[in-house]
Design a protein around this ligand. Sequence first.
Ligand code: NAD
Ligand code: TDX
Length: 332
Amino acid sequence: MQKLLVTGGAGFIGSNFVRYALEHTSYSITVVDKLTYAGNRESLRGLPEDRFAFVKGDIADAALIDQLVAETDAVVHYAAESHNDNSLHDPRPFLDTNIIGTYTLIEAARRHGKRFHHISTDEVYGDLELDDPQRFTEQTPYNPSSPYSSTKAGSDLLVRAWVRSFGLQATISNCSNNYGPYQHVEKFIPRQITNVIDGIRPKLYGKGENVRDWIHADDHSSAVLTILEKGEIGQTYLIGADGERNNKDVVEQILEHMGQPRAAYDHVVDRAGHDLRYAIDSSKLRSELGWRPVFSDFGKGLEDTIAWYRDNESWWRPQKAQTEAKYQVQGQ
Ligand code: NAD
Ligand code: TDX
C-alpha cells in the first residue's frame, strides 16, 4: 500500500489523520473534500507537496470518485455531515453525503477492488443509562437516535452489506467523541473555549449530566492507521480511550483552565432527543491489534487544546459569529 485517498480530509478528524499518517508512514495522500462550511483548506497548510494532493469535490460525484478510487491503493472515508444539532434542523445534506456519498464510494471501491476503511461513530448504538455497568461493544445492537446518527448507522450497514454481498475489502471503526485542535467552533469543547475568549458565558444543554467518552484526535488517528494496516477484512473495531466525563465537568474544567470561576456558565435549551451517555469498550482493538491510546491525561489535553485556540484565532474567527447566530435562533 503506497497511496491513500482520504475523504473529508479538510475536516477536524480527517485533517488530523492526514498530518498523522504523513508523519508516521511513507504513504502519499490525496484528499477529496467538498469544503462545506465544516471543511477548511487551512487545516492542511504546509504539508509536503511531493506526498500530498488536494482535490475539491463531492463524494457523491460518481465520475470524480471513480477516477480518484482507480488511482489509489486504499480509501479512508471520513467525509460526512457530522453535527447532530444541524441534523435536527436540516437533515437532507446528511442523507446526501452520509448515505449516497458512502454508497458512491463503496461502489467505486468494489469496481476497482480497493481496500476501504469506513470511519463511524459510537452514536450508532444509541445511548446508555448513567448507571449502566455495560459499555458499547462490537455486539451492541444498532439503535441510533438522531438524523445524524441514523445516517451514520445506515452507512455502516451499507458497508457491511457490500462486504458480504460483493466481497468489498472493508473494515469499519466506531469511535467516541474526539477533542483536539482544528475542531469546528460549533462543537461543544471549541464552542466553550472560544466563548470564554470572547467574554461569552459557556452554554450547557439541559442539566449538563450527559456523558461523553472523550478521546484525543491523535489517538483516533493512530487507531485508524492500525486497523488499516492490521485489521481483519469484514470486521468492526470500536475505538475509545476510557475518557467518560459529563458535560458539566468539562465546562467547569475549561473555565478553571481559563482563569474563570467554575460556575460562570449558563444552562440553555436542551437538544431534542439528547443522548444521555456514550461509553466504549475498546478491548477488541487493544487485544487483537495491540493498539493503545497515548493521551491519558484529559486535563493536560484540554489545556493544550485551549492553548491552540488562543494561538490560532485566525483559523476559527471567520466561523464564530455565524455559528453563534445560528445557536441564538435555536435558543442555545
Ligand atoms: P467535520 O464536520 O469536521 O469534517 C467533515 C469534512 O467532510 C469537512 O471537511 C467537509 O467539507 C467534508 N465533507 C462534507 N460533505 C462532503 C461531501 N459530500 N463530499 C466531500 N467532502 C465532504 O467532521 P469530523 O468531526 O472531522 O468527523 C469526520 C468523521 O468522523 C465523520 O464521518 C464522523 O461521523 C466521524 N466521527 C467523528 C467524531 C467526532 O467526535 N468528531 C467521533 C466519531 C466519528
Ligand atoms: O453548546 C453546546 N452545549 C452542550 O451542552 C454544545 C455544542 C453541545 N453540548 C453538549 C451536547 C453533547 O452532550 O455537549 C455534548 C457534545 O456535543 P457535540 O460536540 O455536539 O458532540 P456529540 O453530539 O456528542 O457528537 C460528536 O461525537 C460523536 C460529534 O459531533 C459526532 O460527529 C460524533 O459522531
